[in-house]
Design a protein around this ligand. Structure first.
Ligand SMILES: *Cc1c(COP(=O)(O)O)cnc(C)c1O
Length: 478
């Protein structure tokens, strides 16, 4: 097909074949590339070309320069952070969405994108067991969805911040309540919303890293007595370090008593609620005001697609709707998604969610999630069976925090040893893991969530860990 701008033709078939081959040999690459900062930029020209180049030349450089310097998140031996992956049907949907290239801001600029978003959000909400009256809206990430929910919570305080701002007048101190385990995006939202980092209050956790509702109640009551306005509480279902689950129902009793907005961050673990055995993860969520889950994290939808569910969507509209003359429309009863956030033009994200849900089916997704949890439990049992290794936190889902802990080392030795071990493991290129700190202890973290990960991949991870740990023990020389 000749290109409109007179550029040489695009070889669609080669692209399709390349994608197909990539997934046929998922283990053909190093998971983490062996490149240093600056390596990629150094081999690229200083300026963009004046004349169009052949598509073949561009694709050849993609294979030669880009692919070998990529960290392969779609690799079945990627176990770092939260392991995510893209289902093939969703990749096809991304290409089709880019082809249509709609800006889904007004219903009239994108009727199908708008209505498919509403429908897929209802489908997902039903699978998660959310109240049918809640409204789902798609954002790029949980961080932005969380910011949006907290902006709505700020608006709901009735302090006219939208109109009058927060400076030059007497306003109470506003506070957001979280725990040490809460994801850092909440603090970023506090920065952007003018709340300030000091007013992100860390409520103590119990010994399983869960927010203590009594401590939350104390904190809020003390602040209220001092004239401080609680803006919101953020509870987490599946924290980033250990996947601990805050007691949402008990927390909701506190927030309801004081009329405080409750946002539930279930970015990773919330998806598991579509599996009946894990439906109780979202127990009490019906008492919250907003909830976020990330289909781009554990539902095989490629980056990015985050779903924000709201008990009352009008709160977000009140915070963000602003319609200039050139965007006024005449349709009644139509959703205009530009009313729900900072973004005006929006990608047609719902298409890939629709493709995934239809291609895998809810049961296909459930089966994968069950498999991931089972593999993580098996991995934890292997670690526990070895005297020199230990599991460092409860592992209710598909993430295991652990470390190599041979006898005769103090904490700082163990930290250095496990940091070296992680580096050696990752430099092998065979697997990729990450780390965290749990109660000050350095922990390795193995996350399972890739649609292509099998038991053999997890066995290999364990093999690589033990292999790279062996020299550490002999180094001790006694
Ligand atoms: C991953 C994660 C986030 C951030 O998700 P993004 O979509 O990358 O912004 C927030 N909260 C929790 C609990 C997470 O696991």
């Amino acid at each position: 097909m000749a290109d409109e701008a007179g550029a040489p033709p695009v070889d669609w078939e080669r692209v399709a074949a390349w994608i197909e081959r990539y997934f046929e040999q998922p283990g053909a690459y190093r998971v983490m590339p062996s490149v240093r900062p600056g390596d990629v930029a150094a081999v690229l020209p200083k300026d963009a070309p004046e004349r169009g180049e052949s598509f073949e030349a561009i694709l050849a450089d993609f294979e030669r320069i880009i692919v070998p310097a990529t960290t392969h998140w779609n690799h079945p031996r990627f176990f770092a952070y939260f392991a995510t992956s893209a289902a093939p049907a969703a990749i096809a949907a991304e290409a089709l969405a880019a082809t249509l290239d709609v800006k889904a801001m007004l219903w009239r600029t994108s009727p199908a994108a708008t209505e498919l978003e509403a429908v897929t959000m209802r489908w997902l909400g039903r699978l998660l067991g959310l109240p049918p009256s809640w409204t789902g809206i798609i954002y790029d990430t949980a961080s932005v969805a969380g910011f949006t929910a907290l902006a709505a919570a700020r608006e709901a305080l009735g302090l006219q911040i939208r109109e009058r701002g927060m400076t030059g007048r007497a306003l109470p101190v506003l506070r957001i309540y979280v725990t040490e385990q809460t994801h850092s995006h909440v603090e970023k939202a506090a920065i952007a919303l003018g709340v300030g980092q000091y007013n992100v209050v860390r409520v103590p956790c119990d010994d399983r890293f869960r927010m203590q509702p009594d401590a939350l109640a104390d904190s809020i009551e003390r602040d209220l007595a001092a004239g401080i306005r609680p803006l919101a509480v953020v509870a987490t279902v599946g924290t980033t370090s250990t996947t601990s689950v805050d007691p949402v129902r008990a927390i909701a009793e506190v927030t309801r008593k004081h009329g405080v907005w409750l946002h539930v961050d279930a970015a990773y673990a919330g998806i598991a609620a579509i599996v009946p055995e894990f439906a109780n993860l979202l127990d009490g969520v019906d008492l919250a005001d907003s909830l976020v889950v990330n289909p781009h994290k554990w539902m095989f939808v490629p980056m990015d697609l985050s779903a924000l569910y709201l008990k009352d969507e009008s709160t977000v509209r009140r915070a963000f709707s602003l319609v200039p003359e050139y965007l006024t429309t005449s349709e009644t009863g139509a959703i205009n998604y530009m009313d729900y956030g900072l973004q005006l033009g929006r990608r047609f994200r719902a298409l890939k969610l629709w493709f995934v849900l239809r291609h895998l089916g809810a049961e296909g997704i459930r089966q994968k999630l069950r498999g991931h949890v089972a593999l993580a439990q098996e991995f934890a049992s292997w670690v526990e069976a070895q005297p020199d290794w230990e599991v460092l936190a409860p592992h209710p889902l598909s993430v295991v925090c652990f470390r190599y802990a041979p006898a005769g080392h103090d904490e700082s030795d163990l930290e250095a040893l496990n940091a070296r071990l992680m580096q050696a493991v990752n430099e092998s290129g065979e697997i990729f893991i990450s780390h965290t700190k749990i109660d000050g202890r350095y922990a390795l973290r193995l996350a399972i969530g890739n649609i292509r990960t099998t038991r053999a991949d997890v066995e290999h991870a364990w093999h690589v860990l033990k292999r790279e740990a062996a020299p550490e023990t002999s180094l001790r020389g006694h």
